[in-house]
Write a protein that binds this ligand. Sequence first.
Ligand code: 3PG
Ligand code: MG
Length: 395
Amino acid sequence: MRTLDDLDVKGRRVLVRADLNVPLDGETITDDGRIRASVPTIKALAGRGAKVVVCAHLGRPKGQVNPKYSLRPVAARLGELLGQDVAFATDVVGDSARATVEALQDGQVALLENLRFEPGEDSKDDAARGAFAEQLAGLAELYVGDGFGAVHRKHASVYDVPKILPHAAGGLIVAEVEVLRKLTEQPERPYVVVLGGAKVSDKLGVIANLLTKVDRLLIGGGMAYTFLKAQGHEVGRSLLQEDQLDQVRGFLSEAAERGVELVLPVDVLAATEFAADAEHETVEATAIPADREGLDIGPKTRELFAAKLADAKTVFWNGPMGVFEFDAFSGGTRAVAEALIASGAFTVVGGGDSAAAVRGLGLPEDGFSHISTGGGASLEYLEGKTLPGLAALEE
Ligand code: 3PG
Ligand code: MG
């Protein structure tokens, strides 16, 4: 993969695909981790005298202009972090984008409006995507792929543009890939993976692959209830994916055959409803009352998971252990994060919710070896899939 050092960028228009998909509350950015992670590459390019044209998506507006998903607040925050103005184009490849790019001086930075306001960006039709890619590529002379969180998407700005323009990988992508490669090639053992989050169905591929690689797999969060059910336990009104039960039974027996320790919750916080102030009690994971739903792992499970992490040499963690957005149900996620920090292992936090949880709970980011900006992207990498955005940069 070519890197920034292989490109002569001075005085040239460089299109940078970043992942600036941050959580917003109205127009307030609630976690700017992805913006901060994008800064070094943009800064390096501007510092070398490039005219930097940043493009990114926000949410899933499905090809429609929708002010709710405007990147304008992100442009402001990016400017603050860069310590220089970021010109904002109010469209993606229209009059505003062209005029904004045209006005850039060497070392200046612009951000285009949300890529996904254009139906071509995420179209499944190669021709439609290709046509939009041509328009986007027309704004610049060089391309830098740095949106690690979106490299698993076969989208125009990720996959098609680097086929048109001379390209290189930005520093964030290089750093992310280096870490994930460490996890896939001879990780130091014990290698422990902690998975959480709501849906088993999102994690099938990665679980299947990890069962051939890890020493222990700890499962918490909403997806744990499908595992408990597959073992024959009642889970009350907890999250359950009935249609995944067979698959999960297969995982349980494969883990046993391979000698992989698959560790499930032994107790949970069972609540009367899905609410921040829901009445709740700790119950055995094998005895969840019919009218209750599990919203976090319980204290015995926190201890168990911490013990299973204590001697680890390599840890990958993706997905919260409970509804960490609600204070009362954030204890499990916090306990796992603290156990990672205490382990002294090479620890990688994979993306999205878990990274936001770490920061939201006020835990020190430097307590972890790496906090990935990619959730889906890092999971698909570990699954062994070819990621379109990385493949395109390698060509
Ligand atoms: C993410 O938030 O996971 C990335 O920015 C990709 O977004 P997407 O899942 O909407 O494609
Ligand atoms: Mg996602």
